[in-house]
Design a protein around this ligand. Sequence first.
Ligand code: SF4
Ligand code: SF4
Length: 328
Amino acid sequence: MTVIHLKLHASQHAAVAPDQALGDRFAFHCSACGQCCNTPPLLTLAELLRFESRFIGALALRRVPRLIAGRQITLAGKQLTITADDETAQRTLFDTLLFAAPGGDSAGDALQIALQAVDYPSLQACPALDAQRLCSLHASGKPGACNVVPLDALQPDRLQHAVLASRSNDHDYLDAGCISAGTATTGHAPLTADGTVVDLHYHPALQQQRAALAADHAHWGKQVHAVLADALRDPAMWQRIPHDGFFNLSLVPVLAVLAASAPHRPARCLQYVDAQLQLIEHTLAAALARKHPADKPFTAQLRGYAQAYQALRPQLAHHAAAALRHSA
Ligand code: SF4
Ligand code: SF4
């Protein structure tokens, strides 16, 4: 799933008189062309476990710019002036879904700590796409992140028109012609208007996705943030966290937190690790058969994940066996 975010970091600038203000009416129609399914999706913890044999999981870090009231951003050639209400709505959402940057709020960014499916970039496809480039998970239930596309659950409803303006300039969505500014054109249904999301499917889907992300934030996110805090305080490390795209790490810190959360969890984590080791082995074998030179860095990344899982496995097996003895 193409991850396109509000391009705020480079374009926030002091207020000047806008030539044309960005309208808040956008319409949308998905023809299921699959063009935006060119990378694997973000996942919640429940989805990560559910899709243990489908998606290779990774920890994903990204910097998300904070809006500043009075500033202007340019989106799709139009000007958007950030209001105090925009800033407050975003801060409220960030407080439940994101984390403080090492420099605090004054750093201008918040930190997203997410779970992400990953695959070889050279494939330019989500592994769940079938031969007809349709989502094979559509009938059984796609990840929540896919259910809200082209919206962004990290931004408040009052700014979803800005998300759509930003995405309408991305070549995948542009080629598909699925996002249109203004009142609905033929075949497109209104998606945003009057500062809110008006579509009856997308409005609850956004709420549901935010609730799932907030649960992850509380369940494992805070502890993983604490584990990573020292490393992120290193300026060189912080500079490696991008605004566009994600910095990926092994899932071991998440599994360690999860395994310690309840007596039955080490066994579940062990099951996940074994499924991932098998999936990584198959994925590496397919890549070696393709012999694509550009695949080498990701092959090294996957081997690193497999080594980290092999190192974690004995501890999980030990704790799973102890929990079994205790319950007998
Ligand atoms: S899970 Fe389905 S909808 Fe989501 S990115 Fe993959 S193919 Fe697309
Ligand atoms: S690019 Fe647009 S039309 Fe194509 S699958 Fe994605 S959202 Fe649907």
